[in-house]
Write a protein that binds this ligand. Structure first.
Ligand SMILES: Cc1ncc(COP(=O)(O)O)c(C=O)c1O
Length: 482
């Protein structure tokens, strides 16, 4: 992606790739969109993709692959043990991260399962800048708990801080002296901190956290799923790294960590995952769990075709023209929304544009799932599918009470190389219409509430008849338009 200035003076992000394979899309009339979200229990996860116009649920496993990735899939070596594909992927990862040992796993959460089984004991605490849903679920299942020590700036919706994912070093020191290092299962840094709006972590911060953890003997775990977005921000927001090669930055980050893991559905634009580690003893402990939960050590639950695509994808992820596409598009969508008065997380991060549902739907009580209601109403208004990242995505407290999220966000993910500027413009237009009509949106309540990771397949219903009112107003304003 390059930023190009037009003759008119306007700056536009210009793609440094062309589209050579397409998937046809359908934009259903609003009445049908309403019926679809009703059938999906007002949960965007339960929509059928055939009914979705622009799928901004996630970037996970849905990034566009390159011609080289597809070509590599053809050379996959289908053998249960000792596949050549594994050795190709292993050598790419060793080269990119500079770490010696690689364990394959079927996706990011599988890595979290293995790491948590080895490091979390009942009563122990995992410190982190911020939790991710699956990470927290694996830690709590092992009897541990999560403590978030992100900088205060990270929890402000609007900010000018360049690295909102940074750890608050005072909170880290305080947690170590309060808990004692033996009670701390590990310290986890999440690149491109997902649930606070895809916000990056700075090199200086990681270095300091690493220094403290090494001094105290606390294992330091890096979730590199959103590494590429984070690398982009290090390059453009940290003067010291503006001329650095992103592969060198990656190696420098990895050298500070004890364990690096990733979701290959994000990093590498394929589908899979893996753990990297330098310490042999730790490697051997984790290795035992791979055949138990994933598959033999040379595929770990992944298809060899995906492993080939991932190897190429991770190599390509060291190219700034590829890495910068999502953050530049996120910025473009955020700026378009900001210009129409819609509240979004700032500065724009990676991963997606995050709409502030607390400001958008301040008239809806938090217990009625503002961000979920906003997600359902964005789908009704536009056919665009986003993801709730707020109270619905939280787990209830042990006594059954709601744990209210610190941030109520609707994430509009921008998978890499998938959407066009006109699609972003359409999205911004319909959301700005909804913003003007926001008082029509009402709350949601559960009809079926799963105990674990309820946001994935819980079903809800609207409180009142607000979806009908929304459709009526849309027809008044847009006539016959889709
Ligand atoms: C930061 C982060 N960590 C871990 C995961 C889990 O990865 P997976 O979906 O491959 O299990 C995700 C998935 O979205 C993520 O964003």
């Amino acid at each position: 992606m390059s930023n190009v200035t037009l003759f008119s003076g306007e700056n536009i992000p210009l793609e440094m790739h062309k589209v050579r394979m397409i998937q046809k899309l359908k934009l259903l009339p609003i009445e049908e969109r309403k019926r679809c979200i009703e059938e999906a229990g007002f949960n965007t996860f339960l929509l059928k993709n055939r009914d979705v116009f622009l799928d901004m649920l996630t970037d996970s496993g849905v990034n566009a692959m390159s011609e080289n990735q597809y070509a590599a899939m053809m050379q996959a070596d289908d053998s249960y043990a000792g596949s050549e594909t594994f050795y190709r992927l292993e050598s790419v990862l060793q080269d990119v991260f500079g770490m010696e040992y690689f364990l394959p796993a079927h996706q990011g959460r599988a890595c979290e399962n293995i790491i948590s089984q080895i490091l979390v004991k009942p009563g122990s605490v995992a410190l982190m800048n911020y939790h991710f849903t699956t990470t927290k679920a694996h830690i709590t299942v092992m009897g541990g708990s999560v403590e978030e020590i992100i900088s205060d700036e990270g929890l402000k919706i609007q900010s000018t801080a360049p690295f909102k994912g940074d750890i608050d070093i005072n909170k880290l020191n305080e947690a170590i002296s309060r808990l004692g290092k033996d009670k701390i299962a590990f310290m986890r840094i999440e690149a491109g901190t997902n649930l606070v709006g895809g916000q990056p972590v700075s090199m200086d911060n990681m270095r300091e956290v690493s220094r403290i953890c090494r001094k105290e003997g606390i294992p330091l775990v890096y979730d590199a799923s959103l590494l590429t977005d984070n690398l982009y921000f290090i390059k453009i927001r940290d003067e010291k790294y503006k001329d650095a090669d992103i592969k060198d930055i990656t190696r420098e980050i990895a050298s500070m960590m004890d364990i690096v893991y990733f979701s290959g559905r994000k990093l590498g634009s394929a589908r899979g995952g893996g753990i990297l580690v330098s310490d042999r003893e730790l490697f051997l402990k984790m290795r035992e769990l791979v055949p138990l939960y994933e598959g033999f050590l040379t595929y770990g639950g992944m298809s060899v075709r995906e492993m080939e695509a991932m190897a190429v994808g991770i190599k390509e992820a060291m190219d700034m023209d590829i890495v910068n596409q999502t953050p530049i598009f996120v910025e473009a969508l955020c700026n378009e929304l900001i210009s129409k008065g819609v509240p979004v997380v700032t500065p724009p991060g990676g991963l997606g544009c995050h709409v502030d549902a607390s400001a958008f739907c301040s008239h809806i009580p938090q217990t009625q799932y503002r961000a979920g209601a906003l997600g359902a109403s964005v789908f009704i208004s536009s056919g665009v599918r986003g993801m709730e990242r707020g109270t619905l995505s939280e787990q209830r407290n042990e006594d059954g009470s709601e744990r209210l999220a610190e941030m109520e966000l609707l994430r509009l993910a921008i998978p890499r190389r998938v959407f066009t500027l006109s699609q972003l413009k359409y999205t911004a237009d319909r959301i700005s219409w909804l913003w003007e009509n926001r008082k029509l949106i009402g709350g949601l309540e559960f009809v079926e509430e799963p105990r674990v990771l309820r946001f994935f397949f819980g079903r809800l219903k609207p409180i009142g008849n607000w979806p009908e009112l929304l459709v009526k107003k849309f027809r008044e304003d847009f006539g016959e338009s889709l």
